[in-house]
Write a protein that binds this ligand. Structure first.
Ligand SMILES: *[C@@H]1O[C@H](CO)[C@@H](O)[C@H](O)[C@H]1NC(C)=O
Ligand SMILES: *[C@@H]1O[C@H](CO)[C@@H](O)[C@H](O)[C@H]1NC(C)=O
Ligand SMILES: *[C@@H]1O[C@H](CO)[C@@H](O)[C@H](O)[C@H]1NC(C)=O
Length: 207
């Protein structure tokens, strides 16, 4: 029970750490999701200066009646094709969470806006990056090992009669790989026990 509680606690701690490490990025910062101005950093320059991993999310803010967001394949991204997309969002406040690694392509639902670089490629990293302060989780893991040795010792109950007598007749036919020596030995034990029983029975019967 102590091990179960420790592992449940450990899983909770891990999931809380994972949730804490997931980041939300506001696309375009205060500018939001719009046609970038002439002096503005492009969305892709911004994306290249960040590291995205699975579980992180993007926040797209835009005027809901006038613009929209499409998640598209690379072909639609390259051609600003707004008629073929994976997902379309138009609520004005869209949170998109990365559920896998690889490239994610986004364009404006307005073709003209897409042609003016209202478009974004985000590459999500495959490997799990460790958060910058790694020493914090170590005390949690170091406290858990002590209860583990208790679980390794129990499986050694040696009552030979109850465990060895019953399986010996059955496995002879079903599996060829089962080594015959133990079966023979246990059969000998059974035979010996049987003969002892017979002898006892004979003794009881006779006297
Ligand atoms: C967009 O892509 C689809 C499928 O590839 C194609 O049928 C359609 O003609 C394209 N639209 C434009 C405007 O290129
Ligand atoms: C991520 O989500 C997309 C669509 O929502 C789905 O097709 C894809 O299988 C998901 N990937 C994983 C690893 O669950
Ligand atoms: C879009 O971005 C590309 C490369 O970043 C740039 O060469 C091009 O001039 C931009 N187009 C507009 C309309 O700003």
């Amino acid at each position: 029970m102590a091990n179960l509680h420790a592992s449940v606690f450990f899983c909770l701690a891990l999931s809380m750490m994972a949730m804490a490490s997931a980041k939300q990025f506001m696309v375009g910062r205060s500018m939001g999701w719009t046609v970038p101005g002439p002096n503005a950093m492009s969305y892709n320059q911004w994306a290249e200066s960040n590291r995205f991993q699975i579980g992180d999310s993007l926040l797209f803010v835009y005027p809901p009646g006038q613009d929209s967001l499409l998640q598209v394949e690379k072909e639609s991204y390259d051609t600003c094709n707004t008629t073929t997309y994976i997902q379309r969002f138009d609520d004005g406040n869209t949170v998109f969470t990365f559920n896998q690694s690889g490239a994610f392509y986004f364009i404006s639902g307005n073709e003209a806006n897409c042609m003016k670089n209202e478009s974004l490629v985000v590459v999500v990293l495959a490997e799990r990056r460790q958060p910058s302060p790694p020493p914090s989780p170590s005390p949690v893991s170091s406290s858990s090992p002590p209860p583990s040795p208790a679980s390794s010792s129990p499986p050694s109950p040696p009552p030979l009669t109850s465990t060895e007598v019953t399986p010996s007749p059955a496995p002879t036919g079903e599996e060829t790989r089962t080594p015959p020596p133990p079966n023979g030995a246990s059969l000998k034990v059974v035979g010996f026990m049987g003969s002892v029983g017979a002898f006892l029975g004979w003794v009881l019967f006779v006297f």
